[in-house]
Design a protein around this ligand. Structure first.
Ligand code: CDT
Length: 280
């Protein structure tokens, strides 16, 4: 008996600095509805899907920085996404920036959650491989300040029995590192979902700019093939506040083959019927 899971990769185009959470959530709900109409069990959204990717800017005012983070999930602004998921009976994966009060201190993480068809949160992952630099480097055309704005994730790479299989999460830069895949592979993961914000231009290695899409696909296709799992990788794509980000959101079979791929750098849903038994 095949174990078919219909999955939507819900790429978004850029989110403007001026766009509110409500605006962003409306766009995500529109994609979720398209997913429901296409029979999706699960819709996968990008990394930091609720705002522009602010680590590209130097921010030294704490209150200004905090404004880019979510203090609770769901919140008043994001609750409609959870409610719509429950109404439609479609699960989702969402990346967002998390401000937590833990152990008597404020902690900031680049976080993703997996939400079930009933709108309840199944699991949370906090990004471990934070790229970039912790200091202001004005020579760059844009910054990459994840090492400044986020703590290293402290939840490991758990896998959950969810959506009829074993499901794990990564976030963006994690996909480039073998141990992220292997920790999940050793848990016999059948589906890895991840979002990314990947600039085409890397100021520290501009000779790699021409390889941005290749390295994205290479990392995810190799991870799928070497660990015998489905992979869904979803971009926030297009030119966002002057930074060009790659698209290429795709769904990859355990053979390493891409079975569905976005063709735009805008809001776009691509769907595939994924047989989890192919992982065997
Ligand atoms: N968001 C994120 O992790 N971006 C990084 C940029 C690295 S520059 C090569 C990524 O891995 O895509």
């Amino acid at each position: 008996m095949p174990r078919i899971l219909t999955i939507g990769a819900a790429q978004t185009g850029p989110i403007a600095r001026s766009e509110t959470r409500r605006d962003a959530v409306e766009r995500l709900i529109a994609l979720l509805r398209q997913g429901a109409a296409a029979g999706c069990d699960l819709v996968v959204f990008p990394e930091a899907a609720l705002t522009a990717f602010f680590p590209h800017w130097w921010i030294d005012d704490e209150a200004e920085l905090d404004a880019w983070f979510e203090r609770e999930m769901p919140s008043n602004e994001t609750a409609p996404l959870f409610a719509e998921a429950r109404r439609l009976g479609v699960g989702f994966h969402l990346g967002y920036c998390e401000l937590a009060e833990e152990g008597g201190r404020r902690r900031r993480f680049n976080t993703a959650i997996l939400v079930g068809k009933d709108g309840t949160t199944i699991g949370k992952y906090r990004k471990i491989h934070l790229p970039g630099h912790p200091d202001h480097q004005p020579w760059r055309p844009f910054q990459n300040l994840e090492k400044r704005y986020f703590e290293t994730g402290d939840l490991g790479w758990p896998a959950w029995h969810a959506f009829g299989g074993v499901t794990g999460m990564m976030i963006c830069n994690d996909r480039r590192w073998p141990e992220a895949w292997r920790v999940l592979g050793l848990q016999v993961v059948e589906l890895v979902v991840l979002g990314y914000n990947t600039p085409r231009h890397d100021p520290s290695t501009p000779q790699h700019d021409r390889l941005a899409e290749f390295h994205n696909a290479l990392s995810m296709q190799a991870g799928a093939y070497q660990n015998g799992c489905w992979v869904v990788g979803v971009a926030k794509a297009g030119t966002e506040e002057g930074v060009e980000q790659i698209g290429g959101s795709c769904i990859i079979a355990p053979t390493g083959e891409i079975v569905a791929q976005a063709i735009s750098v805008a809001d776009e849903l691509v769907v595939a019927r994924c047989d989890l038994d192919l992982c065997r």
